[in-house]
Design a protein around this ligand. Structure first.
Ligand code: SF4
Length: 248
């Protein structure tokens, strides 16, 4: 039986499985060659006379964290919310790490640390805290290089190198940082310094575009009633923020 030529014809194999459609001309050719027959129905359809062996469905990729321990450098409670939960979804066994000698004054450092403890307690997140407050080392390291971009490079390096060291000493497979979530930080520079610290320590720096979770971070911080700071951390950023000074 000839069918009027259609633009697209549905194709079934002998077992009734749907295959890729073909043109009406191609369908009629298969029927004329005895390889298929027209099937009843409103949609033009041919049924092949043989079964087609289909490739197995693709196997979904394994989550990157599968069975791996990751040390998450945590800069504050709010910025830890989305990254910690997201990395857990990636099946990392996540621990947080507190080391932020760039947060001044000490009372502010303690307030942010307390917010992190609060969140870690709420989600049973193991938390490792660096025992010392190395504010003096930080200020010495940035002395003479206080301009915004210059001092931030030093600040990232101090924190990421310490995290890499802690990860290496404690047998973590990877480390990363909550700094990656913030649109106010230099993501490319953080990544470059993290990867360098990873090569030196032999522990992988795990990079992911965490900024996609920025608004979710805000929501979670509200849900958990976490303290939210209004300046980056160092005395210079506090001064810039209060005075509305340009950053460079
Ligand atoms: S502005 Fe923020 S990132 Fe830059 S040095 Fe200060 S605390 Fe560190």
């Amino acid at each position: 039986m000839d069918q009027p030529l259609a633009d697209k014809v549905r194709v079934l194999d002998a077992a009734g499985r749907r295959l890729s459609p073909c043109t009406g001309e191609r369908a009629q050719g298969l029927v004329d060659d005895g390889k298929a027959e027209w099937a009843d129905g409103e949609i033009p359809t041919i049924r092949l006379r043989r079964e087609i062996e289909l490739p197995p469905p693709p196997v979904p990729p394994e989550p990157p964290g599968k069975g791996r321990r990751l040390l998450l450098h945590a800069c504050c409670g709010p910025c830890t919310t989305y990254p910690a939960l997201h990395l857990r979804q990636q099946e990392f066994a996540v621990s947080a790490f507190w080391y932020n000698p760039n947060i001044h004054p000490f009372a502010e450092h303690e307030r942010r640390r307390e917010a992190l403890r609060q969140f870690a307690g709420a989600i049973d997140l193991p938390l490792i805290e660096w025992p010392d407050y190395e504010m003096v080392e930080f200020l010495r390291a940035v002395a003479g290089r206080e301009a915004h971009g210059q001092r931030c490079r030093i600040c990232y390096r101090m924190r990421l190198e310490r995290t890499a060291q802690a990860a290496q000493e404690r047998g973590f497979a990877a480390f990363t940082t909550t700094l990656l979530i913030s649109p106010y930080q230099d993501e490319d520079l953080i990544r470059a310094i993290g990867e360098e610290a990873g090569r030196t320590s032999g522990v992988e720096f795990y990079y992911e575009r965490l900024r996609r979770g920025w608004s979710e971070r805000g929501r979670l911080a509200k849900v958990h009633e976490l303290y939210r700071q209004d300046y980056c951390g160092c005395i210079y950023s506090e001064w810039e923020s209060r005075r509305g000074l340009p950053k460079d």
